[in-house]
Write a protein that binds this ligand. Structure first.
Ligand SMILES: [Zn+2]
Length: 473
């Protein structure tokens, strides 16, 4: 295992991914291009509507130019406007906090039992539960689960406030007033910090990812983002490498977990693939190449998970049941009965029923004269019907052995204008690119993110895919 491009004097690969603030931009020439990004970045589309925080960073390298934090730095501006100033608790608040009775919910605990432990009679528990229910508090004070906690503030022998802490991010607080109870739902947002990691693969992508400090989740995400272009089981070669910009979530300075991959570059056998996570103005998020093409194909290569190919596309095959030469115009995937079968692409169900030797079969009509067929199903997915629309990846049925078969498998066909094509080899069209109306916004976004991704270490990828060059020139 070797780590690459660690030019930073103080960068230690064993410390995992290095931290850097979101506003850390390295090349002075990029500033002009990024003005206005505050308006571009989605302000409410990240999964947790997270606060982007700014942290101070050590000077990473003498060869790195650190830009001063100025008004023209839109990411910094964004970070500032989104930062909630941390106010010191007042003396009174500190005192109050010490007065709270804090009880963890254990197995078998009941709500009234918890109130009793706090010295409160069952009728108060009932009143609070009813008040919470009436004020649309959901399950607060009505259902408790081990690992949650209930907290009580008692003043003058009366319940003044109670909190139901659901988890680290969510709690419900009830306050007694002159007229009854007031309910507040408290939601905390984790701070999001961007992290950068890179590695050269020696034997496995997984090991390289782990050594670079990536979580399993991030490694898996990377595999799924690039999985359309790279077969991670077959194509990975020693010397392949990746660099990735991803989110980490923090609460009170403590790491809570990882978020999404913001951008990543994977060089497989000398060819670089780059993916940027973009949320459009309608709020839909996907990964795109820097020139706005979708990282996804319009079709899944394999419509069933956890399957092995048991028979390939072959115009000269001896049929296992008929025992004579008969073209096999599809691919068979052996899988256990009940394994979900997914729609290879967005489309319309044009057939759903029995069809001779195919047994139970679904045929989908897609755009551009493409049809896909899924045969020998055990059962169809419920609540779908002929004429209905399905999305790529949506389950349409389950593997079985209906029709003329020797064992449970999916027989999958791919037809273009009525001609059978080999599903394993046919060139799959890309999913929809960035819409015309989004192009300018996307280009500005891509320019910033690429600067962040590539500027981290001055990575100069020797053989950057042509398509990735267009926006960085
Ligand atoms: Zn078959």
């Amino acid at each position: 295992m070797r780590f690459t491009l660690l030019k930073k004097k103080n960068a230690n690969p064993l410390n995992g991914p290095k931290r850097f603030p979101v506003f850390h931009l390295v090349a002075a020439g990029t500033v002009a291009g990024i003005v206005g990004i505050a308006a571009l970045l989605p302000d409410d589309s990240s999964p947790d509507d997270a606060t982007y925080s700014v942290t101070s960073t050590p000077q990473l390298s003498s060869s790195t130019t650190q830009l001063p934090l100025t008004k023209t730095d839109p990411i910094a501006e964004l970070a500032q406007t989104m930062e909630i100033p941390a106010s010191e608790p007042t003396e009174q608040q500190k005192l109050d906090e010490a007065d709270w009775i804090k009880l963890k919910v254990g197995k078998g605990d009941t709500i009234s039992g918890m109130f009793q432990k706090a010295g409160l009679p069952a009728r108060i528990a009932i009143a609070v539960a009813n008040a919470a229910k009436a004020r649309n508090g959901g399950k607060a004070f009505n259902r408790i689960y081990p690992g949650e906690s209930l907290q009580f503030l008692i003043r003058d022998n009366k319940l003044a406030k109670a909190r139901h802490i659901h988890n680290r991010l969510r709690s419900t607080e009830i306050t007694r007033t002159a007229t009854g109870y007031e309910l507040d739902k408290l939601e905390r947002k984790p701070d999001i910090e961007l992290r950068y990691a890179e590695a050269v693969i020696n034997n496995s992508m997984f090991l390289a990812g782990e050594r670079a400090g990536l979580s399993n989740r991030t490694i898996m995400s990377m595999a799924s983002i690039f999985g359309w272009d790279i077969d991670f089981a077959m194509d990975i070669k020693k010397g392949d490498r990746f660099n990735v910009l991803y989110e980490e979530k923090y609460l009170d300075g403590k790491k809570m977990g990882v978020g999404e991959i913001v951008a990543a570059e994977f060089t497989n056998r000398g060819k670089a693939f780059t993916a940027l996570r973009y949320t459009d103005q309608d709020g839909s998020t996907s990964y795109y190449t820097p020139d706005g093409r979708s990282m996804r194909k319009a079709f899944l290569r394999t419509p069933v998970d956890f399957a092995r190919i048991s028979s390939r596309f072959n115009m000269q095959r001896k049929h296992p049941v008929l025992n004579r030469i008969r073209a096999h115009k599809g691919v068979d995937y052996a899988a256990s009965t009940g394994t979900p079968i997914r729609a290879a692409g967005d489309g319309k169900i044009i057939h759903r029923g029995r069809k001779g030797g195919y047994g139970k079969v679904v045929i989908l009509q897609h755009g551009n004269g493409i049809r896909t067929l899924y045969a020998h199903m055990n059962t169809f997915r419920s609540k779908q019907k002929k004429g209905g629309k399905v999305k790529q990846g949506q389950i349409i049925g389950y593997v079985g052995s209906t029709g003329m078969v020797t064992g449970p498998h999916l027989h999958y066909e791919f037809q273009v204008n009525g001609v059978h094509r080999n599903p394993l080899k046919v060139k799959l069209p890309d999913a929809a690119p960035i819409a015309k109306a989004e192009r300018k916004r996307f280009a500005e976004f891509a320019s910033i993110v690429l600067t962040q991704l590539r500027g981290q270490n001055g990575v100069q990828l020797a053989q950057v895919d042509k398509k990735t060059d267009t926006l960085t020139q």
